[in-house]
Write a protein that binds this ligand. Structure first.
Ligand SMILES: Nc1ncnc2c1ncn2[C@@H]1O[C@H](COP(=O)(O)O)[C@@H](OP(=O)(O)O)[C@H]1O
Ligand SMILES: [Mg+2]
Ligand SMILES: [Mg+2]
Ligand SMILES: [Mg+2]
Length: 340
């Protein structure tokens, strides 16, 4: 009998591998001149669209009935205004899939990501490039894909093209793919390698919070750096936090490079998106770590496209979770983030 989600796992890995290749190819060629700005002010590039089209086309081929909750939509690629960008995306997708796709097929593939999500049945959730700002800076970013069944994340894949495979030996190359299926543990393999040997990964065994390493977003607009400094002080941590974009932070906790990932709300009106957390969440939990929001509640992926009942994210190795939550609550008590 095949293992639970065996085919889904293999297809998700293939999709993330191909999308990661799209992203790195674009970075080499286009990133300098093809940036536009979405309404939410986050930069989005031809690579976001190309990667979403590639992943959705692969998912559709293998699982035609599965809907997708994806970050991007094709609006910026439509009509005369979108022509130049559309042509680049179509060319990119054709070369990534080894077969040409017509423009309308590419737009349709991107818009397969418009599903509303929710508690019933299966859906995938995709962030074609998480950490867009890191991508544009040539730093960390990740291609993130997860499968949600009956409101719970059951499979997650995070591809990190710029993350060293082994942090203690950075000269040995970059490119990590982390994968986890519910109940089966978390693993890493080299991204883009013909040798796809997998290695089990585990969160750290650190027990004394003073020894913990903290990671957080590079962007102070995504997570409060001043609150994290206060939390670190309460925990007696003297080391500076490591700042890194994207769900690479979950991978860092899942393999013990870091012990605590803090994502502390800056605005009370911002709802975290499911594609920003689904894959990383299961990878940390299957590596033996813990994930909750700033109130200690588990992240609820059953409510649609956002984590509307959660605020912020705290992911840690198991031994420092309680102490971290206590310091988070002490720091945030009576401090409501602004509504802007
Ligand atoms: N005010 C805010 N608070 C928290 N996260 C935010 C935010 N505004 C944007 N983001 C999200 O932060 C993600 C990047 O996370 P990080 O800061 O950990 O690298 C972005 O994903 P994209 O880069 O896919 O757009 C975006 O969805
Ligand atoms: Mg975005
Ligand atoms: Mg994202
Ligand atoms: Mg994104």
């Amino acid at each position: 009998m095949p293992a639970y989600l065996e085919k889904e796992r293999a297809v998700a890995i293939e999709a993330v591998e191909r999308a990661a290749r799209v992203c790195t190819a674009v970075f080499q060629r286009l990133v300098t001149d093809e940036t536009l700005t979405k309404k939410d002010k986050s930069p989005v590039t031809v690579a976001d669209f190309g990667a979403q089209a590639v992943v959705n086309a692969i998912l559709e081929r293998h699982f035609p009935d599965d809907p997708v909750v994806g970050e991007e939509d094709s609006r910026d690629l439509q009509g005369d205004g979108g022509r130049a960008l559309r042509e680049k995306v179509v060319e990119l997708v054709g070369s990534a899939l080894d077969r040409p796709m017509a423009a309308d097929e590419v737009l349709r593939a991107i818009d397969r990501g418009q599903h509303a999500g929710g508690p019933a049945g299966r859906h995938w959730t995709l962030d074609p490039i998480d950490g867009t700002k890191g991508f544009l800076r040539g730093e960390q970013f990740a291609v993130c894909l997860a499968l949600v069944v009956d409101g719970k994340v059951r499979l997650g894949v995070v591809g990190c093209p710029n993350l060293p495979y082994d942090m203690s030996r950075p000269a040995e190359g970059r490119g990590v793919l982390a994968v986890a299926v519910e109940g089966q543990g978390a693993f890493q393999r080299r991204l883009g390698a013909s040798d796809a040997a997998e290695q089990r990964i585990r969160a750290s065994g650190v027990a004394d919070p003073r020894d913990a390493a903290v990671c957080e977003s590079v962007e102070a607009g995504h997570s409060s750096h001043s609150d994290s400094a206060q939390i670190a002080q309460l925990l007696g941590i003297s080391k500076q936090p490591v700042r890194m974009d994207s769900q690479c932070k979950y991978v860092a906790v899942a393999r013990g490079d870091a012990d605590i990932y803090l994502r502390l709300p800056v605005s009370s009106s911002y709802a975290e998106k499911i594609w920003d957390h689904a894959a990383g969440n299961i990878i940390v939990r299957e590596a033996g770590g813990c994930v909750a929001d700033v109130s200690g509640r588990p992240l609820d992926f059953s409510l649609g496209r956002t984590l509307s009942q959660n605020a912020g994210v705290i992911a840690t190795s198991a031994g420092v979770f309680d102490a971290t939550m206590a310091a988070v609550q002490q720091t945030l008590a009576g401090k409501a983030p602004s509504a802007s």
